[in-house]
Design a protein around this ligand. Structure first.
Ligand SMILES: NC(=O)c1ccc[n+]([C@@H]2O[C@H](COP(=O)([O-])OP(=O)(O)OC[C@H]3O[C@@H](n4cnc5c(N)ncnc54)[C@H](O)[C@@H]3O)[C@@H](O)[C@H]2O)c1
Length: 274
């Protein structure tokens, strides 16, 4: 018996990086997984890798900022696995600049992907959660569900050059606290994890060399190697984290041991604060 036996976990942006590791971790603990990514090929790769090790998984490909994505994502879980137990709002990217150089397009892209999309996913889940909870309560069962929203140190302490990203990642922490209060009566633990430096494509590429494609728009990502080195020097544990270490922090909020923890933001940064 593993900790998440029979649970149904929905993870946005799980084709790569931290989200993919979350899918593997929750799956290896017994969860069935709904994988999402903007990029179909990587979403299917994660599903294939999960199935290869005996984990039930299905893909729900698409952009989390599509207005109907939340409904589609939640319905995929309910139709495929007849349940909905863990939601991880992870999909995201950085589109950085100082405030005077940040366009409206950049600003809204950050708010949309990091705040509006999680809001719509959670809104779409609300009726199902209430219905499941009512049925369980009627049978005298206390079943906990889990929401984990992915934030960043930029949303906790701020980070110069990330006005949109930092504001949106602070916003998701606010949404976390509100929902912890709204959904406590349905036995949902709502928490967020704020990462420091985790080595993924968002941070691994040297500045100016890496880019990601968001529906046709090429957006530069990456960190200057000198900046990276000095950032790593400032981390008490001496280095950036791995995606698996990041996924382990999310896992803590998905297991029964955290059933009495809600409305919290856990900083996972190797001890670095701001
Ligand atoms: N890597 C870090 O140092 C770090 C630090 C703090 C927070 N975070 C957060 O962690 C989360 C995961 O980041 P990562 O480092 O694993 O990045 P990543 O680029 O390695 O993986 C993110 C995945 O999300 C997908 N994605 C992006 N936008 C999407 C959208 N609109 N719809 C659907 N899928 C989308 C991408 O295609 C990609 O596969 C993000 O929310 C990010 O802001 C990362």
């Amino acid at each position: 018996m593993t900790k998440l036996d029979g649970k149904v976990a929905l993870i946005t942006g799980s084709g790569r990086g931290i989200g993919r590791e979350i899918a593997l971790k929750l799956g290896s603990e017994g969860a069935r997984v709904v994988v999402n990514d903007l990029d179909e090929a990587v979403a299917n790769d994660t599903v294939g890798d999960l199935r290869e090790i005996g984990i039930d998984a299905v893909a729900c490909v698409g952009n989390v900022t599509d207005p109907d994505f939340g409904e589609r994502f939640v319905t995929t879980a309910v139709d495929t696995f007849s349940g909905l137990d863990i939601i991880v709002n992870n999909a995201g990217y950085t589109w950085d600049n100082v405030i005077q150089k940040t366009t409206d397009e950049q600003w809204y892209a950050m708010i949309d992907v990091h705040m509006t999309a999680p809001f719509r996913v959670l809104r779409a889940a609300a009726d199902f959660i209430r219905t499941y909870h009512k049925a369980e309560a009627a049978e005298g069962q206390e079943v906990f569900r889990k929401v984990v929203n992915i934030s960043s140190l930029a949303g906790v302490g701020g980070n110069a050059g990330q006005v949109g990203y930092g504001a949106a990642k602070a916003g998701i922490n606010g949404m976390t606290r509100v929902l912890a209060k709204e959904w406590g009566r349905f036995k949902v633990n709502v928490n967020s994890v704020a990462f420091g430096l985790i080595r993924t494509r968002l941070t691994e590429a040297a500045a100016g060399t890496g880019s990601i494609n968001i529906e046709g728009a090429e957006i530069k990502v990456g960190v200057n190697p000198d900046v990276m080195q000095s950032l790593e020097k400032g981390i008490p544990l001496g280095r950036g984290g791995t995606p698996a270490e990041a996924a382990a922090a999310v896992y803590l909020f998905c297991i029964p041991e955290s059933d009495y923890i809600s409305g919290q933001t856990l900083v996972c940064s190797g001890g670095y604060m701001f």
